[in-house]
Design a protein around this ligand. Structure first.
Ligand code: COA
Ligand code: AMP
Length: 653
């Protein structure tokens, strides 16, 4: 770690990207060297390490065994909800992965075939992901909190040959049967998988359908280990669906070569860890944080990764994170600010921290949503280690802005994820396409090419990729986030410019929820906005205009739409509140003023836009939002609104 190391690396990465990433690629084992580091022959689409061949799974497992570290721990499964701690060495884990890869081969899965993984936080999820990588199948992990309809949408787009799932997941105290959700999704989907492999868990065993469902342990018994297959650097490793502005999610594609190089580079340079260190991302494998930092990066770097099946609070208490850190010798923890808000709320003085030996703990990294300075400072003071906010997206797989602690720890400015990470040429534009001055808010973009690891395209949809991300400012990738840069080059990520909201670090589309509300027979028109929430950062709230003549009680309709969102999107949407209004505020051209409604709900000062059709409507919206606990007189600008329905001693729903 040297002074000026960040600036030097950053400049080199932009001035000579091929030299910079070509050098970084030396950290990966290639079965054939690339012919070009960067192929820009099909602009605006770029490819990294063209001509190169590798196997990501080899680099994550076999390679470490070949280097003599087969007895080192690769994975620790820590599950307070089942009272289990299970540890796997690199050799043990490789053997499981190779065997499961053999099981997939037995089912006819070949290079390029898709496999959907719908599993809770169990080590078998990693086994399934790496088994796909081993044989060149493309995995698509679907978060367990999504409802069957969401799973069906992903099945239709990915057209998997096989789905890997479990009989159940465990959410705190509740056992959630996964198999009925999977069966329902397959019924809804037009594309049907040939087979499903089901991990039977003793808390709720599933009924297997003869001919199509196979038990995990049965396929493992008969399988022979499969070897690693050499794959092109540009072959797809996985598809991860993420919320866009409509109900149709975007299939973000990740390649093998660029991804492996970027993941490996970040472990040393951003997180400052190395082979043998214990690294823990307390997230879920269904999200990009889980893909990159529970699975790929730590194992590429030869670290020990933790698969945690629990929550920050309630399993059993707000000391859960400190227990895991001390018990397993965690050096770096990565989680979402919402987890810390939950801990802070249950244990405001951090009393439980003192019960554990955290001397080996080196740094806390936060991402997934804007990190409010209060939470960052609370964690910093209680833990006594650097607390690093960093900013990234499903699309990029790693931090666009970060404090690269392995290069040089820059001063932390609460509220900022620090500076652009090497590889990302971040520019901020106004609506006219001019770069804004420091301190001025604008649309945050990244000059093309994006660095390795970022999405090369959307699944089977190059044009969709170009339309969504590359056409607004030609030559630049539109992040979808708005914010500014200060005079020192620190970035501040303030809001999304589209309909995406972040609920407890989970990315959701309000457009998708509006589609569900609009399908209610009594609803004529609706809008869903993300309002500030003291625990989850944001939660969705619906505003509905009813069809003429509908005279049913509001409470009944609200209850129905809440259930509809839960059924169609999933519990993870945390959609609990809606209100009936006479009309929605619109511009004269008919665009609904969601941003203005959000400001009203949050009690933030606002000016009615000049283009508003009828300013009077804003008074009606304020009154309606007050009825459900928002836009309250006591809400100070810039602070979280008090949320109705929050029970003391429990985190808000
Ligand atoms: N399978 C099934 N249901 C799930 C689920 C899963 N994998 N994950 C969440 N859910 C359900 C929850 O049980 C909850 O259901 P409920 O409305 O019936 O209570 C709902 O989805 C909302 O979940 P969540 O937003 O996680 O809220 P919570 O109240 O259960 O927990 C926190 C709140 C803060 C403890 C929790 O959100 C958390 O740990 N967040 C960490 C953030 C994180 O990991 N983000 C990932 C990106 S880094
Ligand atoms: P996801 O694709 O689920 O990782 O969500 C990405 C979005 O989360 C980004 O586009 C941001 O809006 C938001 N986000 C992620 N990290 C941060 C951060 N550190 N600060 C502010 N917003 C963030």
């Amino acid at each position: 770690m040297t002074t000026g190391a960040y600036a030097a690396a950053y400049q080199r990465s932009l001035q000579d990207p091929e030299g910079f990433w070509g050098a970084a690629a030396a950290g990966i084992h290639w079965t054939r060297k690339w012919t070009r580091v960067l192929d820009d022959s099909a602009k605006p689409l770029y490819r990294w390490f063209v001509g190169g061949e590798l196997n990501t799974c080899y680099n994550m497992l076999d390679r470490h065994i070949d280097a003599g570290r087969g007895d080192q721990l690769a994975v620790i499964y820590d599950s307070p909800v089942t009272d289990t701690v299970r540890k796997y060495t690199y050799r043990e884990f490789r053997d499981l992965v190779a065997r499961f890869a053999g099981a997939l081969v037995n089912l006819g899965v070949q290079k390029g075939d898709r496999v959907i993984i719908y599993l809770p936080m169990v080590p078998e999820a990693l086994v399934a992901m790496l088994a796909c990588a081993r044989i060149g199948a493309i995995h698509s992990v679907v978060f367990g909190g999504f409802a069957p309809q969401e799973l069906a949408t992903r099945i239709n787009d990915a057209k998997p040959k096989v789905i890997v799932s479990a009989s159940c997941g465990i959410e705190g105290q509740r056992v959630i049967a996964y198999k009925p959700l999977l069966d329902e999704a397959i019924k809804l989907a037009t594309a049907k998988p040939e087979k499903c492999i089901i991990l039977q868990r003793s808390m709720a065993e599933a009924n297997l359908r003869a001919g199509c469902d196979l038990a995990w342990h049965t396929v493992m018994e008969t399988a022979k280990p499969a070897a690693c297959v050499p794959l092109a650097a540009t072959d797809p490793l996985y598809i991860l669906y993420t919320s866009g502005t409509t109900g149709i999610p975007k299939g973000v594609v990740r390649d093998h070569g660029g991804h492996a190089v970027a993941m490996y580079w970040t472990m040393k340079n951003i997180y400052n860890v190395q082979a043998g260190d214990v690294y823990w991302a307390a997230s879920d494998i269904g999200w990009v944080v889980g893909h990159s930092y529970i699975v790929y990066a730590p194992l590429l770097a030869g670290c020990t990764t933790i698969v945690y099946e629990g929550k920050p609070v309630g399993t059993p208490d707000a000391g859960a994170f400190w227990r895991v850190i001390s018990q397993h010798g965690v050096k770096v923890l990565f989680t979402a600010p919402t987890a810390f808000r939950a801990i802070k709320r249950e244990d405001p003085d951090g009393t439980l921290i003192k019960k554990y030996d955290l001397r080996g703990f080196q740094a806390l990294f936060l991402a997934g949503e804007r990190c409010d300075p209060d939470t960052l400072l609370w964690a910093q003071q209680r833990l006594g280690v650097p607390v690093i906010d960093h900013w990234w997206q499903t699309e990029t797989a790693w931090g666009i802005a970060a404090n690269c602690t392995g290069l040089e720890l820059l001063p932390v400015k609460p509220g900022s994820p620090t500076k652009a990470t090497p590889g990302y040429d971040v520019r901020i534009f106004d609506e006219a396409g001019d770069q804004v001055k420091p301190g001025q808010t604008g649309n945050i973009c990244v000059k093309l090419p994006l660095p390795p690891g970022c999405l090369p395209t959307l699944w089977h949809n190059d044009q969709g990729y170009i339309d969504s991300y590359l056409s607004r400012y030609p030559g630049y990738y539109l992040t979808g986030d708005a914010g500014y840069q200060d005079e020192d080059g620190y970035l501040y990520i303030m809001s999304r410019i589209d309909d995406i909201i972040n609920v407890a670090g989970h990315r959701l589309s309000t457009g998708g929820m509006e589609e569900v509300l609009a399908a209610h027979p009594n609803v004529a028109e609706c809008s869903v906005i993300g309002v500030a929430h003291e625990l989850k950062g944001e939660v969705p709230v619906g505003l509905m205009v009813l069809k003429a003549g509908v005279e049913r009680p509001e409470a009944e309709i609200v209850k129905e739409v809440v259930q509809m969102v839960r059924d169609k999107i999933g519990a993870v949407a945390s959609f609990k509140q809606a209100v009936v209004v006479q009309r929605l505020p619109k511009t004269r051209s008919g665009k609904i003023l969601r941003g203005t409604m959000k400001k009203i709900a949050d009690g933030v000062e606002y000016k009615p836009p000049a283009t508003i059709d009828d300013p009077e409507v804003l008074g009606e919206i304020t009154a309606a939002l007050r009825r459900i606990g928002y836009a309250t007189a006591g809400t100070e600008p810039g602070r979280y609104a008090k949320t109705a329905g929050t029970e003391p001693g429990r985190y808000a729903k």
